[in-house]
Design a protein around this ligand. Structure first.
Ligand code: FAD
Length: 291
């Protein structure tokens, strides 16, 4: 099923997972996938290492399992920074053979130690290519606070419009902890002519370290109530986790109440946390979009 068709029917609720480290066996996440399946997300997306190539088929294998064995819709992330046109073409062929219809097309983060491939300088170039070579449903990434390399949010939104014009049928946002920033971004994106559905990316705090790493990578700002929560519970992992779950639930309720198109939960491969959040919010997602 093409994911972009879902938005007309309901508030989409999706999960994101990442493949296990190369040193771990792929089976290590199958139990987790079974648990996530029981939570009935609309789709599960699987990240793709920016350094990935055809030899690293884990993302494809996991997406195939989600789709074919678990019967859950899937979206495969695909980055272009380390893939040539030839690589992408071969990957698209494999995806077609496996019946994977949805791709989140990304540039990938720049690694100063690796010379980027030149065929697709930006995600919009990859999106344009995928659009021409198959009938995939394509999503792109967006950044409520602006991408970390962008000089400002308005410039980033101008480039975001290029992704949509190139063929992105919906967008998934970077994580954020302040809903006001998301709504301000949404208003600007709509004013810039971006009319496709936009899913809000929500990352629950699983532990302090992982949030600090993510925030450094993507530059998300932290509202004071969030930093107070981190400080208060930093030495109590279970309490921090529970507070993080509650924080994410509050964010989601506010977003859904204000008519967000969808919620993309960065599960951090943690089915316990995903389960607690889903338990609290799944009833909100199933109201008919027309209501
Ligand atoms: P682009 O859209 O190409 O944008 C990158 C930068 O270039 C931005 O600053 C933009 O403003 C600028 N830009 C765009 N077009 C132009 C132009 N024509 N001229 C000049 N500047 C331009 N990374 C992974 O490696 N694997 C993953 O699986 C993965 N999944 C992700 C999922 C989500 C939901 C999100 C939000 C991000 C994900 N990322 C992933 C991270 C992503 O690869 C990085 O944020 C990356 O730095 C930018 O990717 P992009 O697709 O947004 O790039």
């Amino acid at each position: 099923m093409k994911i972009s068709e879902l938005f007309a029917k309901k508030t989409v609720f999706s999960f994101e997972i990442f493949p296990p480290k190369k040193t771990s066996s792929i089976e290590t996440i199958y139990k987790m996938l079974d648990e996530l399946k029981d939570l009935k997300p609309d789709f599960i997306s699987v990240t793709y290492g920016a350094g990935g190539n055809l030899a690293d088929t884990r993302t494809i294998d996991i997406a195939t399992r989600i789709k074919q064995e678990l019967g859950v819709e899937t979206a495969m992330h695909l980055t272009c920074i380390n893939n040539s046109q030839e690589d992408v073409s071969a990957l698209l062929q494999v995806l077609q053979e496996r019946g994977i219809e949805n791709i989140l097309a990304l540039r990938g983060d720049i690694n100063p130690d690796v010379e980027p491939k030149k065929d697709f300088p930006h995600a919009a170039d990859l999106i344009r290519y995928i659009r021409k070579h198959g009938s995939f449903d394509i999503a792109g990434a967006c950044y409520p606070e602006g991408h970390i390399e962008a000089p400002d949010l308005d410039t980033d939104i101008r480039y975001l419009k290029q992704k949509v014009d190139a063929g992105a049928e919906h967008l998934i946002s970077q994580l954020f902890f302040d809903n006001h920033l998301y709504f301000e971004f949404l208003e600007k994106a709509r004013a810039a002519g971006i009319q496709v559905p936009i899913e809000a990316g929500i990352m629950p705090v699983v532990n302090k370290k992982s949030i600090e790493r993510m925030v450094t990578l993507c530059g998300a700002s932290l509202p004071s109530k969030f930093t107070k929560m981190m400080q208060r519970y930093e030495n109590h992992p279970d309490a921090l986790r529970d507070a993080g779950i509650a924080y994410a639930i509050n964010q989601i309720i506010d977003l859904v109440a204000q008519g967000v198109d969808g919620i993309h939960l960065y599960t951090m491969n943690n089915p316990y946390v995903a389960g607690k959040i889903t338990e609290s919010v799944s009833g909100l997602m199933n109201l008919d979009a027309a209501e």
